[in-house]
Design a protein around this ligand. Structure first.
Ligand code: SF4
Length: 296
């Protein structure tokens, strides 16, 4: 079978890097999964975290590379203290999280490792993994790569970060972000179907699209909400996040938080669209405390 890491075109950057030969592309990562942190995580939406927590695996690196990344300490290539994991060790980690009572397995930014991660999920399922598996990603994902997860993943939690190409170019060097993200979310919804909650109130299948409100991004956010509500409505959840925190490298418009007024007006705007499958993050819950401690 073709080694998809050998001429890497797993994401829209299409670097063509031979990651099996020590070369790296935009994401900066080798051709095997590197994990920074595995833990029960309680900071996701209530239908994901619940009381028991979400069994979260944080992968290093990212193929989008937003200038304001809230997880920048692990997303900008190898940290040097991550752990290389193969499908056997990853599948054992998922089973251990299941034994600890996790509501689900939550794979954070796994797409640049997709072939190996998909294999690890398949192996874990064959070894008794029976809780939902979620992929948590930037939305800058190719449909053909997402198809590697078809039948293995129950829940997708993509971002839809931008509508305008000027924002996506300036902040993520990805002028095609919106069109790529639209196709990706279509594929995710195709794979999972509409929202399905269990008797315990936890999400078993479906898509939660997250949108982080950016400072100065009110109109762009409205376009994102217009698109999501008109295309999917209550077949998906929309999670409106106000946790944006300026990272040390952020300057200009990005050096401050979005205003409380713009966050609350977007929440009202979303409600006015009839979107009841929604999560609105409390403005006061914003801040660095929402970001996992990757150095712990
Ligand atoms: S996954 Fe990494 S190496 Fe592969 S195309 Fe994307 S950025 Fe380039």
């Amino acid at each position: 079978m073709e080694d998809l890491f050998a001429n890497c075109n797993l994401c829209p950057r299409k670097c063509g890097a031979d990651r099996t030969a020590g070369k790296t592309g935009f994401c900066g990562m080798p051709g095997y999964p590197v994990v920074n942190l595995i833990k029960l995580h309680y900071g996701e939406e209530p239908i994901i975290s619940g009381k028991n927590g979400s069994g979260t695996v944080f992968f290093e690196g990212c193929s989008l590379g937003c200038v304001f990344c809230q997880n920048y300490t692990i997303s900008r290539g190898p940290t040097g203290h991550g752990t290389a994991m193969d499908k056997e060790s990853l599948s054992s980690a998922y089973l251990k999280l299941q034994d600890q009572g996790a509501n689900n397995i939550n794979l954070v930014t796994p797409i640049h490792f997709a072939p190996a991660v998909a294999d690890s999920v398949a192996l874990a399922k064959s070894r008794g993994l029976n809780i939902p598996v979620a992929v948590n990603c930037s939305g800058y994902d190719l449909v053909r790569t997402l198809k590697l997860f078809d039948g293995l993943v129950d829940i997708y939690m993509p971002d839809m970060k931008y509508f305008s190409s000027s924002f996506s170019s300036e902040y993520s060097h990805a002028s095609d972000y919106f069109s790529v993200c639209c196709s990706a979310i279509d594929e995710m919804v195709r794979q999972t179907g509409s929202i399905k909650l269990g008797e315990d109130g936890m999400l078993k299948k479906g898509v939660i699209v997250r949108h982080l409100i950016l400072p100065g991004g009110l109109f762009d956010s409205k376009h994102v909400l217009d698109y999501l509500t008109s295309r999917y409505g209550n077949r998906i959840y929309i999670s409106l996040m106000s946790q944006y925190t300026p990272m040390p490298s952020c300057t200009g418009k990005l050096a401050k938080r979005p205003s409380e007024r713009s966050c609350s007006s977007l929440a009202d705007y979303l409600a006015s669209k009839g979107q009841v499958n929604a999560f609105i993050q409390e403005y006061d819950s914003s801040g660095k405390e929402m970001i996992p401690d990757f150095n712990a």
